[in-house]
Design a protein around this ligand. Structure first.
Ligand code: ZN
Length: 47
């Protein structure tokens, strides 16, 4: 399981529909809205 960095929900990488790559790492999201929030300010969420 991956963790949605925006809302903290667990997301299954195998079925995740929304993901973003940032600084060589892949992040998974529970919903398009969380991905959009991340994409606007990835520095805020990526660690
Ligand atoms: Zn989310």
């Amino acid at each position: 399981m991956a963790r949605d960095p925006v809302c903290g929900m667990n997301v299954d990488e195998k079925t995740a529909q929304w993901k973003s790559e940032y600084k060589g790492k892949t992040f998974y999201f529970c919903a398009e809205r969380c991905k959009q929030v991340f994409d606007k300010k990835p520095d805020r969420f990526a660690k």
